[in-house]
Structures are given as C-alpha cells and as structure tokens.
Design a binder for this molecule. Sequence first.
Ligand SMILES: Nc1ncnc2c1ncn2[C@@H]1O[C@H](COP(=O)(O)OP(=O)(O)OP(=O)(O)O)[C@@H](O)[C@H]1O
Length: 247
Amino acid sequence: MPISTPPALLEVDDITMAFGGIVAVESLSFSVREGEILALMGPNGAGKTTTFHVIAGVHTPTKGKIRFNGQDITTLRPDGRCRAGVARTFQITQPFHELTVEENVMVGALAFHRRMADARTDARRFVEMVGLGDRAQVPAKGLSTGQRKRLEMARAMATRPKLLLLDEVTGGVDQKSLPGIVNLVKQLREDGLTLVVIEHNMGVINELADRAIFMNRGVRMAEGTPEEIAKHPEVVELYLGEGGEDG
Ligand SMILES: Nc1ncnc2c1ncn2[C@@H]1O[C@H](COP(=O)(O)OP(=O)(O)OP(=O)(O)O)[C@@H](O)[C@H]1O
C-alpha cells in the first residue's frame, strides 16, 4: 500500500511584500506539511522575518496568498490567525519584564481561556513543559537568554497552535544550553506540532529540519534537505565567511 503524504498545513503562494520601493520578499512560494519542521535560512536582510510577519498577519502581502489548514488567511488579522492555530516567537524576546514567568505565559493562555484560574493552570503546565518550573514565580527580567527563549515558546504554546514559527530560537543561547532548546523543539514536533524555524546554526538545522529554504534578497535561492542546502555555493560562502578559521 502506498504511504500517503500528509496534507499541507501551510501554503505560501507567490508572496511579494514591498515597503515602498523596498521589496523584502519577492514571489515566494512554499508549503509545510503537517508534522514537518522547515528551516528558513539566509543572510541578514534576506526576508526571513518579513515572511514570518506575513504568515502571522503583521503584514498583508502586496501580492500572493497564505492558506492555513485549508483556509485563506491572507487578510486575517493576527488575533484571528492565532485563533486559527498560528503562533510565533520573536528574534528579540519581549516578555513583560515585571510579570512573573507564569503570568507571562498566562497572557498566551488567555487567548484560549476566559477564566483566569484556567489560564493559570494551563500556564503552569506549559511553564513546566519548557523546563522553567523552578522559575515560575520569578519576574521575567531575571531570566537568561536561553530561559527567555523557553518562556517565548511556553507563551506561544499556551495559545494551542497547530503551527509554531520560531524566530532564531537558538540565537544568543550559550553552547551549554543549546542541546536543551533543540530537544525541546524536537519534543514539540513529537507532540504533533508543525514548525517553521528561522535558524542560522547549520548544526541545529541538520539536527532539526526535514527541509530547508535558503533565501537571499527576498528570493528563494534553494530548497532541499539540510544536506543538499549545505552544498549550495552561497550557503558555503556565507557559512565559511562567518565561521571560517582562516578568513
Ligand atoms: N517595515 C519595513 N519597512 C521597510 N523595510 C523593511 C521593513 N521590514 C523589513 N524591511 C526590509 O526588508 C528587508 C528584509 O528584512 P527582514 O527583516 O525580513 O530580513 P531577515 O532575513 O529577517 O534579516 P535578519 O536575519 O537580519 O533578521 C530588509 O532590507 C529590511 O530592511
């Protein structure tokens, strides 16, 4: 019997996003299947974050369509997309500094629950899930970078998404904390989530992603498995340029 391919959960169809004369993303198309992890990579200014903004509803694209779970969400506002099942984290984490870790996650949980008590119960569960149980009552301003990234994930997960967009979730995280974050992302996928991750760390991409898209100047330059993408000349140049020892 043939093995059926899971349906596309997200379809980005010929998206262009222009800001006046600046074309941040140009004629970009890709789809993400249920349960898949797709990595978006590329140098600064490639259009990765703008792509996230368009998927999450921060920007309405100049051209093209976004379909999610069979529904055209191109003009849906961010809160509508959140209810539809799209959640995201930010490159620069923006917790409410004076609120505790648990209260920050309650902000996400309140997208799902009306009663504060239910939101708190749920928030506790997600705080535990991301490994911040012992920091639950600490103000968010006291967290390390890695802990803040975990908090962002908990807050996003508390909205009960089907699709999670992670913007550089390993960025600025020290080497010691990195495997924990990677394992957490793996666990989310095992729990049934579909993920798109903006990621610069090739080792992390290799470990996590089923597929990767390399963007530059708003355009998709290459798409394939992490192994295939790693051989692309611009990827080789970019990563040797950034990480090469001899320069
Ligand atoms: N709101 C905006 N107004 C004008 N230009 C913008 C806006 N947002 C993004 N841009 C421009 O669009 C281009 C793509 O930016 P984007 O932030 O999507 O890139 P990126 O791949 O996420 O880069 P980085 O890795 O640095 O975050 C850049 O030239 C940026 O200056």
